[in-house]
Write a protein that binds this ligand. Structure first.
Ligand SMILES: [Fe+2]
Ligand SMILES: [Fe+2]
Length: 369
């Protein structure tokens, strides 16, 4: 999926040895776009967040851990080796393309420090001291802890499979965390929660599809792993969408305008600055493979938007100001427009000759894109 054609937009220029060459100079950043008086809304919603958002977290004792899905290294050596051999046998039939997508998904999960940093840049909901008892901060810390297992599990499984060049994968994660990311929230939690509602659903869709492909490809354990991660993403999506729902109730125009603003900026995928030290178009190439395999496509982008428009009942919203109405018209008419544009882009793409792209993650094997 290539949602954004300029993958390096909207971030400051980091030093050259930490990041890939930049295609364009970034536009100026806007900071603190939520009027300070609106911070009060989030304070006043603290009780609500404790009752309606925090219960969507799972108690640690009931949570799955990566070890539940991995060969147990405390077993006697032969038994452990046997479990690893079985894992490698199961992944044997999965195609190279599949590993490119799974590595890209895993790398995205592994840049979690960046996402927690971003959540803690949001005015009114950030964690002020690192252990703040505010329910917004409690959520962000616990959410990060739940997310942290996703990258850990996928990373260990991929390592044991022997199918990917871990050194190049690790280098990519290193570059990505060092590069950071600016999704365009302007420190504004309205924008932040619209984005995370969208993004958690996008990861739910994509992990769900890698689960399906693993099952079809002969690895039911990997299918269960991806499916379990997808279920976490779904729960997180539910929490963030519920927050936006509440904002639409207490501040209809403010929330509607935020949805419009975020959709106008486009939902930039979290790992769009990925780089392995070799391919400056790595994210675009990974996205193309994901699109080809049906793991995450431009159609999914439009579907997610449509789903959220329905879930938030945006078409039926009343009592908006003129600015809110403009945002409503824009957002409610956007999915069909994206679909039309995508059809035209697909048609153009069909006329292009496929070209070979080498991926360092799979030992520089070439895929036809
Ligand atoms: Fe995740
Ligand atoms: Fe997530």
């Amino acid at each position: 999926m290539q949602i954004k054609t300029l993958p390096f937009a909207r971030t400051p220029t980091p030093s050259h040895h930490l990041s890939p060459p930049r295609a364009t100079s970034p536009p100026p950043q806007r900071l603190h776009s939520m009027p300070p008086e609106k911070q009060e809304i989030f304070h006043s919603l603290s009780g609500w967040a404790s009752q309606r958002i925090l219960p969507l977290l799972k108690p640690v004792g009931q949570c799955w851990q990566p070890q539940h899905f991995l060969p147990d290294a405390t077993l006697p050596s032969e038994e452990f080796t046997e479990a690893v051999r079985a894992l490698r046998d199961r992944t044997k039939e999965l195609p190279e393309e599949y590993f490119v997508v799974l590595v890209g998904d895993m790398v995205t999960e592994e840049a979690l420090p960046t996402y927690q940093t971003i959540m803690n840049s949001l005015d009114g909901v950030k964690d002020d001291c690192g252990t703040s008892p505010s329910p917004w901060a409690v959520w962000t810390r616990a959410w990060s802890a739940e997310e942290n297992r996703h990258g850990d599990l996928l990373r260990t499984y991929l390592y044991l499979s022997g199918r990917v060049d871990m050194k190049m994968v690790e280098k990519t994660i290193h570059y990505l965390i060092a590069a950071g990311m600016d999704p365009g929230f302007d420190n504004n939690p309205y924008l932040g929660f619209v984005y995370t509602s969208f993004q958690e659903r996008a990861t739910f869709v994509s992990h769900g599809n890698t689960a399906r492909l693993a099952k079809e490809g002969g690895d039911p354990v990997l299918a269960r792993i991806c499916g379990t991660i997808a279920a976490d993403e779904k729960r997180h999506e539910n929490a963030y969408s519920r927050i936006v729902e509440k904002l639409l109730e207490v501040d209809p125009t403010g929330a509607m305008v935020a949805i419009g603003t975020m959709m106008e900026k486009k939902i930039t995928m979290p790992a769009h600055l990925m780089y392995d030290g070799e391919d400056p178009r790595l994210f675009e190439h990974y996205s193309t493979v994901a699109q080809r395999m049906g793991v995450y496509t431009a159609k999914d982008y439009a579907d997610i938007l449509e789903f959220l428009v329905q879930r938030w009942r945006l078409e039926k919203m009343e009592g908006l100001t003129a600015e809110g109405k403009r945002a409503q018209d824009f957002v409610c008419g956007l999915a069909p427009r994206i679909r039309r544009l995508q059809e035209r882009a697909d048609e153009r793409a069909r006329k292009l000759k496929p070209c070979g792209v080498k991926f360092s993650w799979i030992f520089n094997k070439e895929l036809l894109l």
